[in-house]
Design a protein around this ligand. Structure first.
Ligand SMILES: C[S@@+](CC[C@H](N)C(=O)[O-])C[C@H]1O[C@@H](n2cnc3c(N)ncnc32)[C@H](O)[C@@H]1O
Length: 222
């Protein structure tokens, strides 16, 4: 594959065709992929795919996102895409527990010229979210510890402006959502969240089978 579409749910030839007809990663993104593989080893598999990255960038730009929050920054691939989509007046709050991994993100943000629009806070995301002033976000992206996904949802929905987007990654959890015998904490948490979102009258939702499942939630109340 020329592009890193991570979806196992899409026919590989179709995924390849789709990648060939999508904006490819630029030199800075390719370099970040390379550096992440070199410096984090197997953990590099946590990066979102190229299709998701350009999708995040387009969504952020399309809704004119000016304030956004990301939970789970790792080495910065998704945040770089969001920051680019948000433009020079955008402000992206990044939450992660790892100084080591996010030091790679900081280098990439500097190279890409987006560092001044990103504020990184190190610590458990639930604590950081709980300490935030009551500001509304245009967009939130969640890609961190799965067992806290329900808690992140509870914290974030009230903080998204009407019409704004909450994007949740890995909502198909490698197909485990369908395997009721899989009672691992992560599978149970993701299954439960998917059920809750579908029943939540405050939002409209679509679960897309790109990457490992990307759920797009839009606040529609108010
Ligand atoms: C799947 S990776 C994120 C990948 C990133 N979105 C990208 O595209 O490169 C998950 C990240 O969540 C972070 N994380 C795990 N538990 C966390 C927590 N309780 N609070 C904040 N971040 C957490 C990890 O340190 C890791 O960097």
């Amino acid at each position: 594959m020329t592009s890193r579409s991570r979806s196992k749910y899409i026919d590989p030839a179709i995924a390849e065709y789709a990648a060939e007809h999508s904006s490819p990663p630029d030199e800075i993104q390719l370099d970040l992929q390379h550096v992440t593989a070199e410096r984090t080893g197997q953990a590099a598999g946590m990066q979102i795919g190229d299709d998701q990255a350009v999708f995040l960038e387009i969504l952020a730009r399309a809704i004119g996102a000016r304030r956004a929050v990301e939970i789970g920054t790792f080495t910065g691939y998704s945040s770089l895409a969001l920051a680019r989509g948000m433009g020079t007046s955008g402000r992206l709050l990044c939450l992660d527990v790892s100084e080591e991994w996010t030091s790679i993100a900081r280098e990439a943000w500097e190279k890409a010229g987006v560092a001044d629009r990103i504020d990184l806070k190190i610590g458990p995301a639930l604590d950081t979210l709980g300490d935030l002033p009551p500001v509304l976000f245009d967009l939130a992206f969640v890609d961190a510890d799965k067992s806290n996904y329900g808690a992140y949802y509870d914290e974030l929905v009230p903080r998204i402006r009407p019409g704004g987007l909450l994007l949740v990654d890995n909502t198909l959890w490698n197909g485990a959502v369908l395997d009721e015998k899989d009672d691992s904490a992560d599978a149970v948490a993701i299954r439960a969240l998917n059920e809750r979102i579908t029943a939540d009258s405050r939002v409209r939702v679509v679960l897309l089978p790109i990457g490992d499942g990307l759920t797009i939630v839009q606040r529609v109340d108010d």
